[in-house]
Design a protein around this ligand. Structure first.
Ligand SMILES: [Cu+2]
Length: 288
Protein backbone atom coordinates (compact mmCIF):
# COMPACT_ATOMS: atom_id res chain seq x y z
CA UNK A 1 0.00 0.00 0.00
CA UNK A 2 1.42 3.37 -0.87
CA UNK A 3 1.72 6.23 1.57
CA UNK A 4 -1.26 8.15 0.24
CA UNK A 5 -3.52 5.13 0.49
CA UNK A 6 -2.29 4.46 4.00
CA UNK A 7 -2.97 8.02 5.04
CA UNK A 8 -6.41 7.88 3.50
CA UNK A 9 -7.17 4.69 5.38
CA UNK A 10 -5.91 6.25 8.56
CA UNK A 11 -8.01 9.36 8.04
CA UNK A 12 -11.07 7.25 7.38
CA UNK A 13 -10.48 5.28 10.55
CA UNK A 14 -10.03 8.48 12.52
CA UNK A 15 -13.20 9.92 11.06
CA UNK A 16 -15.05 6.81 12.16
CA UNK A 17 -13.69 7.15 15.65
CA UNK A 18 -14.57 10.81 15.80
CA UNK A 19 -18.04 10.21 14.48
CA UNK A 20 -18.69 7.90 17.37
CA UNK A 21 -16.71 9.79 19.95
CA UNK A 22 -19.15 10.91 22.46
CA UNK A 23 -19.73 14.21 23.98
CA UNK A 24 -21.43 14.64 27.27
CA UNK A 25 -23.67 17.55 27.93
CA UNK A 26 -23.08 18.13 31.54
CA UNK A 27 -20.88 16.94 34.29
CA UNK A 28 -22.72 15.46 37.21
CA UNK A 29 -21.44 16.84 40.46
CA UNK A 30 -20.34 13.63 42.02
CA UNK A 31 -16.79 14.80 42.41
CA UNK A 32 -15.63 11.66 40.68
CA UNK A 33 -12.71 11.70 38.41
CA UNK A 34 -12.32 8.49 36.60
CA UNK A 35 -11.51 9.93 33.29
CA UNK A 36 -7.86 9.09 33.75
CA UNK A 37 -8.23 5.42 32.91
CA UNK A 38 -10.05 5.98 29.68
CA UNK A 39 -8.25 8.09 27.22
CA UNK A 40 -8.73 6.48 23.85
CA UNK A 41 -7.20 8.35 21.00
CA UNK A 42 -9.93 10.15 19.22
CA UNK A 43 -12.16 11.16 22.09
CA UNK A 44 -11.98 14.87 22.46
CA UNK A 45 -10.55 15.99 19.17
CA UNK A 46 -13.71 15.85 17.15
CA UNK A 47 -13.60 19.48 16.04
CA UNK A 48 -11.23 18.77 13.22
CA UNK A 49 -13.41 16.20 11.53
CA UNK A 50 -16.77 17.83 12.29
CA UNK A 51 -17.17 19.49 8.93
CA UNK A 52 -16.39 16.55 6.76
CA UNK A 53 -19.15 14.24 7.82
CA UNK A 54 -21.76 16.96 8.06
CA UNK A 55 -21.02 17.74 4.45
CA UNK A 56 -21.37 14.15 3.26
CA UNK A 57 -24.99 13.78 4.32
CA UNK A 58 -26.90 12.05 1.60
CA UNK A 59 -23.69 11.00 -0.09
CA UNK A 60 -21.29 8.33 1.07
CA UNK A 61 -21.94 7.84 4.79
CA UNK A 62 -19.19 7.78 7.37
CA UNK A 63 -17.14 4.65 7.21
CA UNK A 64 -18.87 2.00 9.23
CA UNK A 65 -17.05 -0.68 11.10
CA UNK A 66 -17.34 -4.38 11.55
CA UNK A 67 -18.49 -5.24 8.05
CA UNK A 68 -15.20 -6.64 6.86
CA UNK A 69 -13.11 -9.63 7.83
CA UNK A 70 -10.14 -7.64 6.57
CA UNK A 71 -9.62 -3.90 6.46
CA UNK A 72 -6.64 -1.59 6.16
CA UNK A 73 -4.22 -4.48 6.05
CA UNK A 74 -5.50 -6.26 9.15
CA UNK A 75 -7.49 -9.47 9.09
CA UNK A 76 -9.50 -11.43 11.60
CA UNK A 77 -8.82 -15.15 11.42
CA UNK A 78 -11.15 -17.39 13.41
CA UNK A 79 -9.86 -20.76 14.56
CA UNK A 80 -13.23 -22.28 13.73
CA UNK A 81 -16.30 -21.15 11.87
CA UNK A 82 -18.88 -23.63 13.11
CA UNK A 83 -20.12 -24.64 16.53
CA UNK A 84 -22.66 -26.90 18.20
CA UNK A 85 -25.66 -25.28 19.88
CA UNK A 86 -25.49 -25.12 23.66
CA UNK A 87 -22.02 -26.62 23.82
CA UNK A 88 -19.23 -24.55 25.32
CA UNK A 89 -16.13 -24.31 23.18
CA UNK A 90 -12.90 -22.37 23.09
CA UNK A 91 -13.05 -19.71 20.39
CA UNK A 92 -9.54 -18.94 19.21
CA UNK A 93 -8.62 -16.21 16.78
CA UNK A 94 -5.76 -14.07 15.62
CA UNK A 95 -5.39 -10.67 14.06
CA UNK A 96 -2.98 -10.88 11.11
CA UNK A 97 -1.19 -8.09 9.34
CA UNK A 98 -0.81 -7.69 5.59
CA UNK A 99 2.15 -10.08 5.53
CA UNK A 100 0.23 -12.77 7.38
CA UNK A 101 2.08 -12.23 10.65
CA UNK A 102 0.07 -12.45 13.86
CA UNK A 103 -0.31 -9.06 15.50
CA UNK A 104 0.70 -9.13 19.16
CA UNK A 105 0.68 -5.50 20.22
CA UNK A 106 -2.67 -3.97 21.07
CA UNK A 107 -3.58 -0.78 22.87
CA UNK A 108 -5.57 -0.89 26.06
CA UNK A 109 -9.05 0.46 25.37
CA UNK A 110 -11.50 0.58 28.25
CA UNK A 111 -9.20 -1.46 30.42
CA UNK A 112 -8.92 -4.31 27.88
CA UNK A 113 -6.74 -4.98 24.87
CA UNK A 114 -9.40 -6.96 23.05
CA UNK A 115 -13.17 -6.76 23.12
CA UNK A 116 -15.10 -9.53 21.44
CA UNK A 117 -18.75 -8.98 20.60
CA UNK A 118 -20.96 -11.76 19.30
CA UNK A 119 -24.50 -11.42 17.98
CA UNK A 120 -26.74 -13.59 15.89
CA UNK A 121 -27.74 -12.19 12.52
CA UNK A 122 -31.27 -11.50 13.76
CA UNK A 123 -29.72 -9.33 16.52
CA UNK A 124 -30.41 -11.79 19.33
CA UNK A 125 -27.84 -13.60 21.45
CA UNK A 126 -25.62 -10.61 22.18
CA UNK A 127 -22.41 -11.29 24.12
CA UNK A 128 -19.49 -9.07 25.04
CA UNK A 129 -16.41 -11.03 26.04
CA UNK A 130 -12.78 -10.36 26.88
CA UNK A 131 -10.44 -12.98 25.46
CA UNK A 132 -7.00 -13.73 26.84
CA UNK A 133 -3.89 -13.61 24.69
CA UNK A 134 -1.28 -16.35 24.47
CA UNK A 135 2.42 -15.63 23.94
CA UNK A 136 2.14 -16.30 20.21
CA UNK A 137 -0.56 -13.64 19.91
CA UNK A 138 -3.54 -16.00 19.69
CA UNK A 139 -6.64 -14.82 21.51
CA UNK A 140 -9.04 -17.28 23.10
CA UNK A 141 -12.23 -17.20 25.08
CA UNK A 142 -14.79 -19.81 26.13
CA UNK A 143 -18.06 -19.29 24.29
CA UNK A 144 -21.47 -20.93 24.43
CA UNK A 145 -24.03 -20.18 21.74
CA UNK A 146 -27.41 -21.53 22.75
CA UNK A 147 -29.30 -21.26 19.50
CA UNK A 148 -28.50 -22.38 15.96
CA UNK A 149 -27.99 -19.68 13.39
CA UNK A 150 -25.51 -17.40 11.74
CA UNK A 151 -23.51 -15.29 14.14
CA UNK A 152 -21.30 -12.30 13.63
CA UNK A 153 -18.09 -12.20 15.67
CA UNK A 154 -16.59 -8.72 16.09
CA UNK A 155 -13.05 -8.16 17.25
CA UNK A 156 -12.99 -4.61 18.61
CA UNK A 157 -9.50 -3.37 19.36
CA UNK A 158 -6.95 -0.67 18.80
CA UNK A 159 -3.45 -1.08 17.47
CA UNK A 160 -0.95 1.70 16.77
CA UNK A 161 -3.55 4.03 18.30
CA UNK A 162 -6.09 3.28 15.60
CA UNK A 163 -9.40 1.74 16.60
CA UNK A 164 -10.55 -1.17 14.48
CA UNK A 165 -13.51 -3.49 14.33
CA UNK A 166 -13.26 -6.57 12.17
CA UNK A 167 -16.12 -9.01 11.77
CA UNK A 168 -16.35 -12.66 10.74
CA UNK A 169 -19.19 -15.16 10.51
CA UNK A 170 -19.62 -18.22 12.65
CA UNK A 171 -22.41 -20.73 12.11
CA UNK A 172 -24.10 -22.74 14.81
CA UNK A 173 -25.53 -25.87 13.24
CA UNK A 174 -29.17 -26.82 13.58
CA UNK A 175 -32.62 -25.66 12.68
CA UNK A 176 -32.77 -21.90 12.87
CA UNK A 177 -35.66 -20.05 14.41
CA UNK A 178 -35.12 -16.42 13.61
CA UNK A 179 -36.92 -13.82 15.66
CA UNK A 180 -38.31 -10.55 14.36
CA UNK A 181 -36.68 -7.40 15.67
CA UNK A 182 -38.72 -6.09 18.61
CA UNK A 183 -40.52 -2.78 18.01
CA UNK A 184 -38.86 0.38 19.34
CA UNK A 185 -39.68 0.90 23.03
CA UNK A 186 -39.07 3.70 25.51
CA UNK A 187 -38.01 1.36 28.26
CA UNK A 188 -37.10 -2.22 28.94
CA UNK A 189 -36.85 -4.18 32.16
CA UNK A 190 -33.74 -6.20 32.80
CA UNK A 191 -32.88 -8.05 36.03
CA UNK A 192 -35.60 -6.10 37.86
CA UNK A 193 -34.21 -2.76 36.70
CA UNK A 194 -36.11 -0.43 34.44
CA UNK A 195 -33.94 1.13 31.78
CA UNK A 196 -35.49 4.10 29.98
CA UNK A 197 -34.16 5.44 26.73
CA UNK A 198 -34.79 8.99 25.57
CA UNK A 199 -33.37 9.44 22.13
CA UNK A 200 -35.51 12.05 20.45
CA UNK A 201 -35.73 11.04 16.82
CA UNK A 202 -32.25 10.34 15.48
CA UNK A 203 -31.58 11.34 11.91
CA UNK A 204 -29.07 9.54 9.75
CA UNK A 205 -25.75 11.33 9.58
CA UNK A 206 -26.43 13.66 12.49
CA UNK A 207 -25.30 13.33 16.04
CA UNK A 208 -28.02 12.05 18.32
CA UNK A 209 -28.03 11.99 22.06
CA UNK A 210 -29.08 8.76 23.66
CA UNK A 211 -29.98 9.38 27.25
CA UNK A 212 -30.50 6.36 29.46
CA UNK A 213 -31.85 6.19 32.98
CA UNK A 214 -31.84 3.23 35.30
CA UNK A 215 -34.44 2.95 38.05
CA UNK A 216 -35.70 0.32 40.46
CA UNK A 217 -39.25 0.73 41.77
CA UNK A 218 -39.22 4.26 40.42
CA UNK A 219 -36.04 5.28 42.23
CA UNK A 220 -32.80 6.12 40.41
CA UNK A 221 -30.16 3.42 40.66
CA UNK A 222 -26.49 4.24 40.97
CA UNK A 223 -24.52 2.90 38.06
CA UNK A 224 -20.99 1.78 38.87
CA UNK A 225 -17.95 2.16 36.67
CA UNK A 226 -17.57 -0.74 34.29
CA UNK A 227 -14.49 -1.14 32.11
CA UNK A 228 -13.45 2.44 32.70
CA UNK A 229 -16.74 4.08 31.78
CA UNK A 230 -20.25 4.55 33.14
CA UNK A 231 -21.61 2.23 30.55
CA UNK A 232 -20.98 0.71 27.18
CA UNK A 233 -23.24 0.88 24.21
CA UNK A 234 -22.97 -1.19 21.07
CA UNK A 235 -25.35 -0.46 18.21
CA UNK A 236 -25.80 -2.95 15.37
CA UNK A 237 -27.60 -2.03 12.17
CA UNK A 238 -30.43 -4.30 11.07
CA UNK A 239 -29.64 -6.06 7.81
CA UNK A 240 -25.85 -6.02 7.87
CA UNK A 241 -24.83 -5.62 11.51
CA UNK A 242 -22.67 -2.56 10.94
CA UNK A 243 -21.07 -1.87 14.28
CA UNK A 244 -21.05 1.29 16.38
CA UNK A 245 -19.48 1.32 19.82
CA UNK A 246 -19.89 4.37 22.02
CA UNK A 247 -19.20 5.20 25.64
CA UNK A 248 -20.16 7.95 28.03
CA UNK A 249 -17.14 9.67 29.49
CA UNK A 250 -18.84 11.37 32.37
CA UNK A 251 -21.03 10.38 35.24
CA UNK A 252 -24.31 9.70 33.56
CA UNK A 253 -25.53 7.33 30.91
CA UNK A 254 -25.69 9.72 28.03
CA UNK A 255 -24.20 8.88 24.67
CA UNK A 256 -23.66 10.78 21.48
CA UNK A 257 -23.89 8.53 18.47
CA UNK A 258 -24.01 9.19 14.77
CA UNK A 259 -26.00 6.60 12.90
CA UNK A 260 -24.64 6.24 9.39
CA UNK A 261 -27.95 5.58 7.63
CA UNK A 262 -31.69 5.39 8.12
CA UNK A 263 -33.13 2.12 9.29
CA UNK A 264 -33.38 0.18 12.48
CA UNK A 265 -30.59 -0.53 14.91
CA UNK A 266 -30.42 -2.71 17.95
CA UNK A 267 -28.77 -0.98 20.90
CA UNK A 268 -27.13 -3.03 23.61
CA UNK A 269 -26.44 -1.05 26.74
CA UNK A 270 -24.20 -2.64 29.33
CA UNK A 271 -23.87 -1.23 32.81
CA UNK A 272 -23.03 -2.36 36.28
CA UNK A 273 -24.96 -2.10 39.53
CA UNK A 274 -24.23 -3.86 42.81
CA UNK A 275 -21.28 -5.60 41.21
CA UNK A 276 -23.37 -7.18 38.46
CA UNK A 277 -23.34 -6.46 34.76
CA UNK A 278 -26.64 -5.98 33.00
CA UNK A 279 -27.46 -5.80 29.33
CA UNK A 280 -30.49 -3.84 28.15
CA UNK A 281 -31.42 -4.08 24.48
CA UNK A 282 -33.45 -1.51 22.55
CA UNK A 283 -34.58 -1.15 18.98
CA UNK A 284 -33.81 2.33 17.65
CA UNK A 285 -35.39 3.74 14.53
CA UNK A 286 -33.28 6.22 12.57
CA UNK A 287 -34.96 8.48 10.04
CA UNK A 288 -33.46 9.70 6.72
CU1 LIG B 1 -15.22 -5.08 26.09
Amino acid sequence: MNVAARLLGFAAALAAVFALALVVGERADLGKSEASDQAPAGHGGSESSGGSHAATKGAEPDPVRGLGISENGLSLVLGRVTATPGKRFELRFTIRDATGETVRDFDVEHTKRMHLIIARRDLTGFQHLHPTQADDGTWSVPVKLADPGNYRVFADFSTSETARTLGADLTVDGEVETRPLPAPADSVTVDGLKVALASGAPKAGSEAELDLKVTRDGKPVKVEPYLGARGHLVALREGDLAFLHVHPDEDRLSFMAEFPSAGRYRLFLQFKTDGRIHTAAFTQKVTP
